[in-house]
Design a protein around this ligand. Structure first.
Ligand code: PAF
Length: 287
């Protein structure tokens, strides 16, 4: 696996691969890779001939009081994992390489609507930072396809909308959440959890499962359901940031026409913000 740090070297390597007739698959990450990321790399390898990954902790998507400084940076271990997973090229730029003219005057890509509320509500500016860096990365790599995890469900919806609205010639592929045996969605931030918190954390997934079961069994009083979900999370010691049911198609409010729903949650456990979601197919109405 080749590792490049500049846009010029990245472009040269991708141009070479494309010249050999290869289809380019891309997986953008912020590093500290776990099995969820590896599944994205493997999916890219199934769908493309040349797999490019990026590792860049993007300052533009962190709020002033968030964990930019402490975000785990584990480049050497990440490189080994990428190599084993079949990645061909790693792009690991510096902040100066990505934002050579500084961040204050950087052109911003903003995706209205789908980026508002949920994580966008509690992390102002976060999705502007994500859509901007992903646009830049797409323009640098020029991939045929890019793979993103469904754990960041709203992020995936923002990127799909951006690609549609800006006519970007990139196929976006969403990969299902990878979970620990006890149900906790894998996340680079799980490492912040204390041992006790790690034992409690799967309550988030169990709560989503309970709500999903109720919906599958015909329950349609979403406010009552979500209130019971809030209570369950709080009783376990989590502080819910949001717990919502939306139409999975575009994150719009649920209507009588909705066929697939998504239950989305973010909750604090100690200092860690946990994120999870669960899809619920209601196209077959409960009898
Ligand atoms: O999901 C992430 O790790 C990041 O938001 C992404 C897509 C790599 C952009 O910085």
């Amino acid at each position: 696996m080749n590792v490049v740090k500049t846009v010029a070297d990245l472009r040269a390597a991708v141009t070479r691969a494309r010249g050999e007739g290869k289809r380019i698959g891309f997986v953008p990450t912020m590093g500290n890779l776990h099995a969820g990321h590896i599944a994205l790399i493997k999916k890219a390898g199934q769908r493309a001939d040349f797999v490019v990954a990026s590792i860049f902790v993007n300052p533009l998507q962190f709020g002033p009081n968030e964990d930019l400084a402490s975000y785990p940076r584990t480049l050497t271990a990440d490189q080994d994992k990428l190599f084993e997973a079949g990645c061909h090229l790693l792009f690991a730029p510096s902040v100066e390489e990505m934002y050579p003219h500084g961040q204050a005057l950087q052109t911003i890509v903003r995706v209205p609507g789908v980026s508002e509320g949920l994580c966008g509500g509690s992390r102002p500016g976060h999705f502007d930072g994500v859509s901007t860096v992903v646009s830049k990365l797409f323009n640098m790599v020029l991939p045929d396809l890019a793979v993103f995890g469904q754990k960041d469900f709203q992020q995936l919806a923002v990127i799909r909308t951006m690609v549609r609205d800006l006519n970007m010639p990139v196929q976006i592929i969403g990969e299902p959440i990878v979970r620990a045996e006890d149900g906790l969605a894998l996340s680079s931030r799980n490492g912040y959890l204390t041992t006790d918190e790690r034992t409690t954390a799967p309550v988030l997934h169990r709560t989503l499962q309970q709500l999903a079961d109720a919906i599958r069994n015909g329950e349609r009083d979403y406010s009552a359901l979500l209130a019971s979900g809030h209570q369950r999370l709080q009783a376990a010691g989590l502080r819910p940031d949001y717990l919502e049911v939306r139409d999975a198609l575009d994150l719009s409010p649920v209507t009588a026409d909705s066929r697939e729903l998504v239950i989305l949650a973010a909750a604090y456990l100690g200092k860690t913000r946990l994120l999870d979601n669960l899809l619920v197919d209601i196209s077959q109405k409960a009898s």
